[in-house]
Design a binder for this molecule. Structure first.
Ligand SMILES: [Zn+2]
Length: 102
């Protein structure tokens, strides 16, 4: 019997090494994405300023403190259109007030 690893053993270790390499790569990318997400959390996608959470009649939106851009989740937007047209009107009125106060 030879001390050399068999072809199957070499293939096994090569595959294992490649798997570990991919896992390290995935973790590195994952931590980079986590850092990116943390850095952009509650920042305006338009100008980068802080966003404030504003809740009107159970509908939550995030509003930029600088450019007054508004973020609303799709589900909340759908609820506004389906059930709460008056709330939608109030939100838009408050947005316009915010802009005109500057
Ligand atoms: Zn902004």
């Amino acid at each position: 019997m030879s001390d050399r690893p068999s072809r199957n053993e070499e293939e096994y270790f090569a595959l294992r090494e490649a798997e570990l390499h991919r896992e390290r790569h995935r973790k590195a990318i994952g931590s980079h994405e986590d850092e990116e997400r943390k850095a952009h959390f509650m920042k305006c996608p338009h100008c980068g300023a802080e966003m404030n959470t504003v809740s009107v009649d159970g509908i939550t939106t995030d509003r930029c403190t600088e450019c007054h851009g508004v973020f609303i989740e799709a589900e909340a937007a759908d609820r506004l259109l389906q059930e709460k047209r008056e709330t939608l009107h109030s939100i838009f009125k408050s947005m316009i007030r915010g802009v005109s106060s500057h």
